[in-house]
Design a protein around this ligand. Structure first.
Ligand code: ADP
Ligand code: ADP
Length: 234
């Protein structure tokens, strides 16, 4: 069964006198182990879609089911637990600049029942996974964009999430670095069976690693299907 399911989901916001429909009857089902792309221009509703999946935005109507749990059945504590099972990476990395690479990766583990040594070992293993162990004691501003994103990926995996949401994670990177990050995501998808939801405005990113794609416009999914069918190469 799907890891993420939206059934006729609507999100509206009140603005001035009117109402904005950020998600307009969106339905989708993302299967375990899939790399699912969501593409659309600014304002299309991509961030709202992620916020709904991530339980940060309560839909106005419709159902949202993540890992078999319907959003409206959860209390605050269950929300927090469910949210931990979704890793996030962003365009601007969102690393703590005053902390080492290792401390950044350890951060999500601070609330867990782990000894200092266990936490350190876990963080080092994650850094190894993204091929960045040797930079454990460096600070983020000493790293390249691609290296920063690798740290962010390691941090996003700290709580063993089932789902990784990549929100324009390669948008600030040059084409070569973009490709290396996409290859890393692809290998994590294959090695760990991680489901990846990849938000982008670039068709190339979708074509490089996504299995399926949804095209969003004005709050709606206007097209959905296998990447090769939705975006045929010339
Ligand atoms: P992007 O197009 O890069 O996703 P946006 O400006 O659409 O950036 O959104 C950035 C953040 O601000 C999102 O979390 C979104 O939900 C929120 N946001 C967008 N538009 C408004 C608005 N009119 N009022 C309040 N928050 C908004
Ligand atoms: P995208 O991520 O594709 O740029 P968003 O989901 O951020 O799109 O925004 C979709 C629409 O909803 C936009 O018109 C945006 O201004 C509006 N919007 C998003 N968040 C809010 C908010 N918190 N309050 C009011 N309007 C919002």
């Amino acid at each position: 069964r799907p890891v993420i399911e939206l059934q006729d989901t609507v999100v509206t916001f009140k603005r001035n006198q009117g109402t904005i429909t950020a998600l307009d009857h969106v339905s989708l089902a993302i299967e375990p182990g899939e790399i699912y792309g969501i593409i659309g221009y600014s304002g299309a509703g991509k961030s709202t879609l992620i916020r709904v999946i991530n339980h940060l935005q309560v839909p106005t109507s419709g159902k949202v089911i993540v890992n078999g749990q319907a959003l409206d059945d959860l209390d605050q504590r269950q929300f927090q637990k469910a949210r931990k099972k979704i890793g996030m990476i962003f365009q601007h990395f969102n690393l703590m600049n005053s902390r080492t690479v290792l401390n950044n990766v350890e951060f999500p583990l601070l609330g867990e029942k782990l000894s200092k040594t266990e936490r350190r070992e876990k963080a080092l293993a994650l850094l190894k996974l993204v091929e960045l162990e040797e930079l454990a004691e460096a600070f983020p501003d000493q790293l390249s964009g691609g290296q920063k994103q690798r740290v962010a990926i390691a941090r996003a995996l700290a709580n063993n999430p089932d789902i990784l949401v990549s929100d324009e994670a390669t948008s600030a990177l040059d084409p070569k670095t973009t490709l290396s990050i996409l290859k890393l995501l692809q290998s994590l998808n294959q090695q760990l069976g991680l489901t990846i939801v990849l938000i982008t405005h670039e068709i190339q990113v979708i074509q490089t690693i996504c299995h399926r794609v949804a095209v969003m416009e004005a709050g709606q999914i206007i097209e959905q299907g296998k990447v090769a069918e939705v975006f045929m190469r010339p």
